[in-house]
Design a protein around this ligand. Structure first.
Ligand code: ADP
Length: 492
């Protein structure tokens, strides 16, 4: 009899449930979109109850579509949008306010104040993070300071905090279990990266009572059981979405690296048992904890990647679909010296320039829309190059290859160009649902459906391998042009 695992992939715009068989094939998938609210400029919020309801809908729907019985599902793994912050009433299990989404900037002033007070060094040393509204700590503080909590108090445990994983597990177990995993905890700015526990000094700094906090657990073990599917199913994995994708890409070893080409790019690099502090604008984070063993990663993000292709489609209307950008790019022999720097919301790693705006360079009378499209696609590869360059300066590790996923990784022109610019091979798996796959694999390990990581690696199926076809000299010339373009953009 075959065994199956259900992955819950709770994201910013949708919740998905995916059932995998024990060969890591997708058996069924159900998805529900979720609303984002923008109550003020820069604020992004979600309804925590809607998040929970969507999960209650998609899981049984995926089961129905699969034709399996509830007992066939041997475990549930959860992967989720990270940092998003929920505070709820322990007894009524009702949120006291909307979920504050990772993108939300309502705590910019609070973070600025913390920065000015000189805590950035201490916080970076302990958490690997740069003070920013992105992470949960300032969001918890904001809810405690700005929401009418009535008689309820956070310091005697009447109010609980959780990232989305904690919230879902609390609901899935009807209030019995209040936990999170190391990867999610590492994004709160309250966890010490060395002890992988909450840190009293950080809690004092942010004035957050420890009674609110979930217990921090490994990413792969049975935390408890849920009757969501109609029988008792173990919840056996929790892992933040990007870390889960790193695991799903089987980047188990030090030096292995994945890049997700979605709206933005998220690059994670496994640094093994070593936690490496970046000098080049990358974040240090926990990749996962299995048993007693903690694996660390460096992370770099590019704000605008697939979003630049959306801009070609919806903004300046040069294309009708994202996919057709590939044919346009191939219809010209090169980008004819055109560079597009899509710094629409500033520049992320490794530049961290909030003020930068986008720019196009190298226009001539001969420039056509196909050159612009090609140059925009290429900007995704150049931005990834910049993050990898920072990574190599931090680690001295020679990159052996890059595993890719996300919507824009389907573009073969882009992946070939990426291989050429990085001068390394690019590996694209058949199953690009790597985020959900990671949680499935972690859950399968916890219930011993899979013996070990090696067994999982044997199940990896490569869709396409891209190997470099460009000379180092040509690559050098192109990269030099890009560097000049970025510099000019920042100087403008
Ligand atoms: P997210 O999870 O961030 O919503 P996805 O992984 O679903 O993103 O990828 C969607 C993004 O990828 C969009 O920004 C879209 O413009 C881009 N994209 C999708 N297909 C292609 C393609 N064939 N070529 C280039 N970009 C693409």
């Amino acid at each position: 009899m075959k065994s199956y695992i259900l992955s819950i992939d709770q994201g910013t715009t949708s919740s998905r449930a995916i059932i995998f068989d024990d060969n890591l094939n997708i058996v069924s998938l159900a998805q529900q979109d979720i609303a984002n609210f923008f109550p003020n400029p820069g604020w992004v919020e979600m309804d925590a109850n809607e998040i929970w309801e969507s999960v209650q809908n998609v899981c049984p729907e995926a089961l129905r579509k699969s034709g399996l019985k509830p007992e066939d599902i041997k475990a549930i793994g959860i992967t989720n949008q990270r940092e998003t912050t929920i505070v709820w009433d322990k007894v009524t299990q009702q949120p006291v306010y909307n979920a504050l989404v990772w993108q939300s900037r309502q705590t910019a002033d609070l973070c600025e104040m913390m920065n000015r007070s000189g805590f950035s060094r201490l916080i970076q040393d302990k958490t690997g993070l740069t003070i920013d509204p992105y992470f949960s700590a300032s969001k918890i503080r904001w809810i405690l300071d700005n929401i009418d909590l009535g008689q309820r108090r956070a310091d005697d445990g009447e109010l609980l905090f959780g990232t989305v994983d904690s919230w879902l597990i609390y609901k899935l177990t009807n209030g019995k279990i209040h936990i999170t995993d190391v990867t999610n905890a590492s994004r709160t700015m309250l966890m010490n990266l060395d002890t992988v526990q909450w840190d009293d000094e950080l809690l004092n700094l942010w004035n957050i009572p420890d009674k609110m906090l979930p217990q921090i657990r490994p990413s792969s073990e049975i935390y408890g059981y849920t009757d969501l599917l109609g029988c008792n199913t173990p919840i056996a994995a929790v892992c933040g979405d990007q870390q889960s994708a790193l695991f799903g890409q089987m980047c188990f070893n030090e030096g292995e690296c994945k890049n997700t080409y979605g709206t933005g790019c998220f690059l994670l690099f496994n640094t093994g048992k070593k936690r490496i502090a970046s000098k080049n604008g990358l974040i240090t984070t926990v990749a996962w904890k299995i048993g007693d063993e903690v694996t660390y990663a460096l992370e770099g993000s590019v704000f605008v990647a697939g979003a630049a292709i959306q801009w070609l489609r919806d903004g300046i209307k040069l294309i009708k679909t994202a996919a057709e950008s590939e044919d346009h790019a191939r219809s010209v022999p090169d980008s004819a010296g055109v560079y597009v720097v899509p710094a629409f919301t500033g520049l992320g790693a490794p530049y961290w320039d909030k003020q930068a705006k986008g720019a196009i360079f190298g226009l001539t009378r001969g420039t056509t829309q196909n050159h612009l499209i090609r140059a925009t696609l290429e900007s995704l590869a150049y931005q990834t190059y910049d993050v990898i360059e920072a990574l190599q300066q931090d680690t001295n590790i020679d990159l052996k290859g890059l595993q890719v996923d996300g919507g824009a990784s389907q573009n073969n022109y882009l992946m070939q160009f990426q291989s050429d610019i990085l001068q390394t091979k690019i590996i694209r798996p058949v199953n690009f649902e790597t985020t959900a796959l990671g949680a499935c694999m972690l859950a399968g390990l916890a219930i011993k459906l899979f013996k070990n990581k090696e067994e999982l690696r044997d199940k990896y199926k490569t869709d396409k391998l891209f190997t470099l076809m460009m000379s180092k000299m040509h690559q050098n010339r192109l990269v030099n042009g890009w560097k000049k373009a970025v510099k000019a953009t920042m100087d403008f």
